[in-house]
Write a protein that binds this ligand. Sequence first.
Ligand SMILES: Nc1ncnc2c1ncn2[C@@H]1O[C@H](COP(=O)(O)OP(=O)(O)OP(=O)(O)O)[C@@H](O)[C@H]1O
Length: 237
Amino acid sequence: MTDTVLKVEQLNAFYGKAHILFDVDLEVGQGEVVALVGRNGAGKSTTIKAIMGMLDRVQGRVSYRGEDITRLPPYKISRMGVGFVPEDRRVFSDLTVLENLDIGRRPPRPGAPTWTPEKLFRLFPNLGEMPDRPGGQMSGGEQQMLTVARTLMGNPGLVLLDEPSEGIAPVIVEQMAQMITELKKQGLTVLLSEQNTHFAQLVSDRAYVLEKGQVKFTGTMQELMRNDEVRKAYLEV
Ligand SMILES: Nc1ncnc2c1ncn2[C@@H]1O[C@H](COP(=O)(O)OP(=O)(O)OP(=O)(O)O)[C@@H](O)[C@H]1O
């Protein structure tokens, strides 16, 4: 693997007394797109939230570009260059597309692609057609794209995408896949959680399969797609 951007070691996470993640190890290298896959409730979102500092109780270690971020609050992790796109796409409904983008704006960051609204509109042409539309008057898929675009305005060195294909129309899912592929070409590093194996396959280099909060398989996307046993046991095929 190239330079390690994200390293998760022996991560355990809890909601109250419920033990959800068990000794999860994972790594994401510079420029990679890595998928966390698994069924409903397998622990994908919990892993992303634990990395982002959103859970009260975690054990183990999470490092970003060699720095320990395990017990930092989300805003500090975000300032260090980790972008997070939550499952429940939260756009500001009274603000326009451009105003939403402006809210995400941060200074350029060494080693990460730098984004402007113009550059993002080339990547998301449908947003470029509605710069003045309020977020509340957009479709779910458009809001999803705006959330991703707003996160990119922070010039992140790593983006965590929680279930990017969830609840959006198939045609938008394809656009989202193209967009992630384009982001990868531009050098972005991505960790995404995804229940839709087809989508994960379209965009990812490698995958970690989660089941009941444990990593059951890790390998390239091609290795996963060839491994019928793992897919039948842990994924919706
Ligand atoms: N806030 C919470 N409090 C208690 N338990 C939770 C909470 N959020 C999730 N869980 C539990 O943690 C486990 C893992 O959930 P998680 O959301 O990480 O799964 P997932 O793989 O992302 O699935 P999904 O696609 O449904 O989001 C599930 O058993 C779930 O019920």
